[in-house]
Write a protein that binds this ligand. Structure first.
Ligand code: SF4
Length: 86
């Protein structure tokens, strides 16, 4: 099973209810941090962890997920449906 870590998102103005980082896919490229430095940090294994799930709006969060070269960031809506990657 994939090594995925889930982070709930609770912004009232957001359609995204959950951010998932697939730690097997993450290569520590840090593009996500470049787009949204308040959402992610790299941990001791050079894998992205979400430290600010509610810190940016949906457009910025989507851009950060799109920036990941390995598509290690998955976004889900509040009903649990995957919205990125499609
Ligand atoms: S952009 Fe993707 S591969 Fe790079 S640190 Fe973020 S999640 Fe990991």
């Amino acid at each position: 099973m994939a090594n995925q870590k889930e982070y709930p998102r609770n912004r009232a103005d957001s359609k995204i209810g959950k951010i998932v980082v697939d730690r097997d896919l993450c290569i520590g490229a840090a593009s996500c941090l470049a787009v949204s430095g308040t959402t992610y940090e790299l941990d001791g294994e050079n894998k992205a962890v979400v430290t600010g799930a509610d810190s940016v709006d949906d457009a910025t969060l989507m851009m950060s997920a799109e920036s990941c070269p390995t598509k290690a960031i998955l976004l889900f809506d509040k009903e649990g449906k995957q919205v990125f990657p499609k």
